[in-house]
Design a protein around this ligand. Structure first.
Ligand SMILES: [Zn+2]
Length: 230
């Protein structure tokens, strides 16, 4: 039995469960008003202003759970179900995205490293497999060149694994900041804070699942192609 293949199946199932859990937890606490009826956008504005980030704008964005902070445009984009809702789910997600804005403003080391990795990963995600496949074909005529190309492809894939690894502390830190800010506002009961926490914890698991999948895929690549030295 191939242990890495088995682990890949396990992480695939884990990813599906995590995705279901994120949606169900978000929905579960998305129909309750919380705090003083402040919406996700209002809460985000308040936290941004408290950190002197007056110039960071807040926009509405289409889609479900499409919320993000754009560091280049210095804009916080909140989805419909977060922007104008005062639910524990909405304010939790809004405050989490503000957490990313604060990370950028404070030059939090992992987020800076992550931003630097983005162009590398954009290239790597399209070219790692291409390099491996072309390398495999070339091996028949030129073993050395083929092996180099395969190794280069695996190295590119490793860059994406590194990206997932660096993403994890960024996400956990943003959620920690979010919960601290919500608590400091004094608007929420411990019960409401607990609901926001559950939503953010479920969301964090998606990044754990992505990292686990990437590590196992990398190990499989190394095992399948890494030992083909002639
Ligand atoms: Zn995040």
């Amino acid at each position: 039995m191939d242990i890495l293949y088995l682990l890949l199946v396990v992480t695939f199932v884990f990813t599906l469960i995590v995705q279901f859990k994120v949606s169900s937890t978000f929905n579960r606490f998305s129909h309750i008003g919380s705090g003083r009826g402040k919406t996700g956008a209002e809460v985000a504005r308040r936290i941004l202003d408290a950190h002197g980030l007056f110039d960071v704008g807040i926009e509405r964005v289409h889609g479900h759970l499409t919320d993000h902070y754009d560091p280049r445009g210095r804009v916080l984009r909140l989805s419909e179900s977060v922007y104008s809702s005062s639910s524990p789910s909405a304010v939790g997600v809004a405050a989490h995205e503000v957490g990313h804005a604060i990370q950028h403003a404070e030059k939090y080391a992992p987020i800076q490293f992550r931003t630097k990795l983005v162009p590398v990963v954009n290239f790597a995600s399209s070219f790692s497999w291409i390099a491996i496949v072309i390398g495999m074909f070339i091996t028949y005529s030129s073993t050395i060149l083929g092996n180099y190309l395969v190794s280069f492809g695996i190295l590119l894939f490793a860059a994406t694994t590194l990206f997932h690894l660096v993403t994890l502390p960024c996400e956990l830190n943003a959620s920690r900041r979010a919960l601290t800010e919500l608590e400091l506002s004094g608007w929420y009961s411990s019960e409401e804070l607990g609901m926001s926490k559950k939503v953010l914890r479920a969301a964090a698991m998606t990044y754990v699942a992505a990292l686990a999948t990437s590590i196992i895929q990398l190990l499989r690549l190394i095992r399948i192609f890494g030992n083909r030295r002639d």
